[in-house]
Design a protein around this ligand. Structure first.
Ligand code: 13P
Length: 251
């Protein structure tokens, strides 16, 4: 488990102007931010540079995507080297919106993850079942094993796994904290099988899916869940601040 609770804002394809993005981080930075929390914002690519200049050391940045190629003739792609050079050290890979809307296969996710780790980025790997009655053990094993195929134990310390059941994303129907905890334990079991028990306990595992100011504390308080990956509620300043404060109570 991580020493700090980790709160990640996934802004997805929002907001529509750089001004709004800037005002949001200024609003967050105006708060007294808890020391014992790692705060990461994943804005659209076009705002990364602006936010880098304005986030100071308190907020880290994540990209929402990365090319599996490092450089070359790949129209429309963004390379991990560019992200690294910009001072962006995290990237989300395997988000369900990229898997199921943008058609990313497990093979592509594996390529992207290996490229990101090779470049020195920290990967936030999102996994989770589509339907509530899916066989979660089977789904998580398949997604994690395929994503980590060919990844050596020396690179695994730059991996965060986010359990995000697809049925809970953007629906207002969050998972229960007990079920999310059992999914997090399942994820640790899979990592233990692949890399050994010490990695399984050290690896940060987050919950995402309709996290709100009302339910954030329930997830974050669980011993075994290291924080939250927040979508919709990370676009509303007051809600996001309340989520950060909920994590502070767990210090
Ligand atoms: P919501 O918090 O809007 O459900 O989105 C979760 C998510 O997809 C974060 O990556």
């Amino acid at each position: 488990m991580s020493a700090k609770k980790i709160i990640i804002a996934n802004w997805k394809m929002n907001p529509q102007t750089a001004d709004e993005a800037l005002r949001f981080v200024q609003g967050v930075l105006a708060q007294r931010l808890p020391k014992n929390i790692e705060l990461i914002i994943a804005p659209p690519f076009v705002y990364l540079e602006l936010l880098k200049k304005n986030c100071g050391k308190e907020i880290k940045l994540a990209a929402q995507n990365i090319s599996w190629a490092e450089r070359g003739a790949y129209t429309g792609e963004i390379s991990g080297l560019m992200l690294k050079n910009l001072g962006c050290n995290h990237v989300i890979i395997g988000h369900s919106e990229r898997r199921y809307i943008m058609g990313e296969t497990e093979e592509i996710i594996n390529l992207k993850l290996k490229t990101a780790l090779r470049i020195g980025l920290t990967v936030i790997l999102a996994v989770g079942e589509k339907e509530q009655n899916d066989d979660i053990s089977k789904v998580l094993s398949r997604q994690i094993e395929s994503a980590l195929e060919g990844v050596g134990v020396s690179e695994i310390n730059r991996l965060i796994i986010a359990y995000e059941p697809v049925w809970a994303i953007g629906t207002g129907l969050a998972d229960t904290s007990d079920h999310a905890l059992s999914a997090a334990l399942l994820i640790r079991k899979i990592i233990s099988r692949l890399y050994g028990p010490e990695w399984a306990s050290d690896m940060p595992v987050l919950y995402g899916g309709s996290v709100s100011e009302e339910n954030a504390a329930d997830f974050i308080a669980q011993n075994g869940i290291d924080g939250a990956l927040v979508g919709g509620a990370s676009l509303e300043l007051q809600s996001f601040i309340k989520i950060i404060k909920a994590a502070e109570k767990n210090e």
